[in-house]
Design a protein around this ligand. Structure first.
Ligand SMILES: *[C@@H]1O[C@H](CO)[C@@H](O)[C@H](O)[C@H]1NC(C)=O
Length: 219
């Protein structure tokens, strides 16, 4: 059995730590760029690189963020993504962008981004925004933002935005991942496939089965 101070054991820890530094989030790129080969057959953390000699200006470009998102849906909001899938040049860079459109009273419902913090600015209108801190405090940090205001949602925390005005609102969000991911709380709880057993959710929410069944029908 290896002793704790066995040089091999220490080297193993150093090696594991180095590997996690290289493959972990926030890693520094090791070359100028690694434009995503979105159709590449090799599965890695992110995408493999296109041949740098074949890279074009369009690989670093996305056009159309001036176009208003269609908010004719039950939430009255629409998120237009500029992630690595839309802009392959973002691969390995750890950043992305989104435009969020809101109809009057439109809601971007509570959700988390498993891989990113988010910084948001309001271009038009006003938004009520908030996020909830982790246990045990579960503090609700909220305020109203007007045109030109900036707010940050720390990585992984549940957050939302709602249009408080009677005009359309527009916001731009920057995110600290090329592929932030999104987990809308209601869909994750009440709409997964296959579904979570109704009695599990009834116990979780301290509610009757029929209340839970109603919610599950909506998703
Ligand atoms: C917006 O979305 C609604 C609902 O899907 C659809 O009926 C409508 O045609 C869309 N409007 C535009 C301008 O695309």
């Amino acid at each position: 059995m290896a002793r704790v101070f066995d040089p091999f054991v220490i080297l193993s820890f150093v090696f594991i730590f180095s590997v996690s530094m290289v493959t972990g989030q926030g890693q520094a790129p090791l070359q100028d760029f690694c434009v995503a080969d979105l159709k590449g057959p090799v599965l890695v953390n992110g995408y493999t690189c296109k041949n740098p000699h074949a890279v074009q200006a369009n690989d670093f470009y996305y056009g159309g963020l001036h176009i208003r998102g269609n908010t004719s849906n039950p939430m009255g909001s629409k998120v237009t993504l500029v992630y690595v899938q839309q802009l392959p040049g973002l691969n390995t860079l750890g950043i992305s962008l989104a435009r969020v459109d809101f109809a009057p009273e439109g809601l971007n419902p509570p959700h988390t981004h498993p891989r990113a913090s988010e910084i948001i600015t309001v271009l038009e209108g006003s938004l009520e925004v908030g996020f909830i801190t982790s246990n045990p405090e579960n503090r609700h940090i909220t305020r109203v933002l007007c045109k030109g205001d900036v707010f940050v949602f720390p990585k992984n925390l549940v957050h939302y935005q709602r249009n408080t005005g009677n005009t359309n609102a527009i916001a731009i969000s920057a995110l600290s991942s090329q592929n932030p991911g999104v987990m809308p709380i209601a869909n994750v709880i009440f709409g997964p496939k296959p579904e979570i057993a109704t009695d599990i959710l009834a116990k979780t929410f301290q509610a009757n089965d029929d209340v839970i069944l109603d919610l599950q029908k909506n998703f």
